[in-house]
Design a protein around this ligand. Sequence first.
Ligand SMILES: Nc1ncnc2c1ncn2[C@@H]1O[C@H](COP(=O)(O)OP(=O)(O)OP(=O)(O)O)[C@@H](O)[C@H]1O
Length: 240
Amino acid sequence: MLGVENLTVRYGTQVALEDATVRFEAGTFSAVIGPNGAGKSTLLKTLVGLLPDPAGRVRFDPGHTAQNCVSYVPQQQTLDWAFPVTVWDVAMMGRTGRLGWLRWPSRGDRERVTAALRETGVYELRHRHIGALSGGQRQRVLLARMLARDGHLLLLDEPLTGVDAATQEQLMALLRAQADKGRAVVMVTHDLEQARRWCDRIILVNRRIVADGTPDEVYTPRNIEATFSASYLGHTHAEA
Ligand SMILES: Nc1ncnc2c1ncn2[C@@H]1O[C@H](COP(=O)(O)OP(=O)(O)OP(=O)(O)O)[C@@H](O)[C@H]1O
């Protein structure tokens, strides 16, 4: 459905991602896993068109574009939760593409948003200001916006962060169901165990793609060490 070929992304002189080739298929739930600074968010942002791709390494199947098929859920902490809008407004952005009334929502839009808010369990909170939500509720609202958009490819950057165990289970089941309905779901996560339980496919990243396959294929001591060891040592020194 969508892939990158030999993708290298630099911020100035720093290489965030090097020679990455990966393809995401319909009906599959993939986890992108790696240490802090490994280039995971960079991969998602390139797929969704938020970073320039001068070499044209992002490839969609015919008829698909980032605009018509991708739903992207950024990291929660990158958003401005003080913005004066309600839960309903944010979910409606999934339909209209923006806040405000530049495009008046149709009845179909309102029905889709209602269904998405019910599916994620925040319909009762629809009139509430987004600043007055807990971390888990915020994540549900972002998922509602994603569902309302009806994309074929769902990209989520650390959806489990700041979410309690019971809510994590619900979110994972919801994403699994989306993949089972034929969507391609891609989640960045630090949680190796949740990824093993719910995902078909694991992609280990540490500036390069270290491994790509089923959890059993990918979770070998050698791959885990190649992905995490150097960075963990680096963090330990930095924090000491
Ligand atoms: N806008 C930017 N300008 C400069 N450097 C950046 C920018 N965004 C990311 N980087 C750097 O690129 C590298 C990869 O960052 P990225 O956010 O993709 O990592 P990540 O794997 O998502 O990390 P984390 O798990 O901490 O969210 C890091 O070294 C980061 O400091």
